[in-house]
Write a protein that binds this ligand. Structure first.
Ligand code: 5GP
Length: 342
């Protein structure tokens, strides 16, 4: 439907390597024929389901394909251009810096290369503002987390405001958030915004309670926070009082089987409580979606009017980590576009 493509959108939860499109994936595969990877193995198509564990296996395959500065530059530029082509006007991209002995890639160069891609897109006039969140993969433990926070602090000072925060992601069944608290606390004290994956699986209740004491600036997924899903009233109360926005990714959660069907998605619970909810793609490449499709899917599943959909996209501006001046600029842009669309 044209309406969903046309509305200006804000994407706040997009993992770089999960967002690689089919077309870019084919190019990467052609560059590395010796890996013998098939493009069908890096995407979960319509109607297909995978367990969350299988999704994390997919990321390992993609990481084999994206292991040099050249790859990262190409992937990041394409992902930014694709979001812009889908009507995303403001994007917060996140990615886990990796070092790769084979190609001489360091974590610092990894981040610099993503920033170079953002810079080049801006130079080329791509109609999108991009910010970057450095991701901590929980699987790598507390030392790596602390090292990543220190690296991110350097970039916060040197990136002209492009690096705005820290993400916590990776396999939720591995490790415990309490071990990562010192690193997250430090990040918070240095002025980095925190976007944390929370309660993606039922066993994370205690961890979510700990993480909420930081508190995070945004919550990724939060599938099992509310009492009906095995969470608790106290979790919901804290999140409501602090008004912490939720980043919700319908296709990702259904295809990754943490939510049984679209109509059972926790979007409904939080939306009814008028809690700030931001629709996001998570991994548009792996889950074969885009942000327009996520908006359309949510509208059709929960019967949202076009007016309600517009409000969701407008509200997302205020949930972003953009500086106040940029938020105002985006609000203005939305106001200018509105009469042409609604
Ligand atoms: P990258 O950080 O390499 O750019 O993007 C892929 C990584 O993002 C994965 O290895 C994983 O750490 C994280 N990621 C992507 N999707 C999800 C998700 O749905 N849940 C969690 N917890 N982590 C994810």
């Amino acid at each position: 439907d044209l309406f969903y493509r046309q509305i200006p959108k804000v994407e706040l939860h997009a993992h770089l390597n999960g967002s690689v499109s089919f077309a870019t994936m084919e190019k990467l595969i052609a560059r590395k024929p010796h890996l013998n990877i098939e493009s069908s193995g890096t995407a979960i198509r319509s109607g297909q389901r995978r367990t969350l564990a299988e999704c994390f296996e997919v990321f390992k395959v993609i990481h084999q394909l994206v292991d040099s500065e050249e790859d990262i530059l190409m992937v990041a530029k394409s992902v930014i251009e694709e979001f812009a082509a889908d009507g995303v006007k403001y994007l917060e991209l996140r990615s886990t810096p990796r070092e790769e002995a084979k190609t001489g890639l360091s974590k610092r160069r990894y981040i610099e290369t993503v920033l170079e891609a953002i810079h080049q897109c801006k130079q080329e006039g791509v109609d999108i503002d991009v910010r970057f969140l450095v991701a901590v993969d929980r699987r790598n433990g507390p030392e790596v987390a602390m090292e990543t926070v220190k690296l991110t602090e350097d970039f916060m000072l040197s990136s002209d405001g492009v690096v705005v925060g820290l993400d916590l992601s990776g396999d939720p069944t591995v490790g415990h958030g309490k071990d990562l608290l010192p690193a997250l606390q430090r990040a918070r004290n240095s002025g980095l915004k925190l976007a944390l994956h929370m309660s993606e699986v039922p066993s994370q209740k205690e961890e979510s309670e700990l993480l909420l004491d930081l508190p995070p600036d945004r919550i990724g997924h939060g599938t099992f926070l509310h009492p009906e899903a095995g969470g608790s009233d106290s979790l919901v109360d804290k999140i409501s009082k602090l008004n912490i926005p939720l980043e919700l990714c319908l296709t990702s959660n259904v295809k990754g089987q943490t939510v049984p069907s679209y109509d059972k998605h926790h979007f409904q619970y939080w939306y009814e409580r008028q809690h700030p909810c931001v629709l996001c793609t998570d991994d548009k490449g792996v889950f074969c979606t885009d942000l327009s499709q996520e908006y359309q899917l949510t509208a059709s599943t929960f019967g949202l009017s076009q007016e309600a959909v517009w409000s969701l996209s407008l509200q997302a501006i205020h949930c972003s980590f953009a500086p106040e001046a940029l938020k105002q600029k985006l609000v203005q842009r939305w106001a200018e576009l509105r009469p042409h669309i609604l």
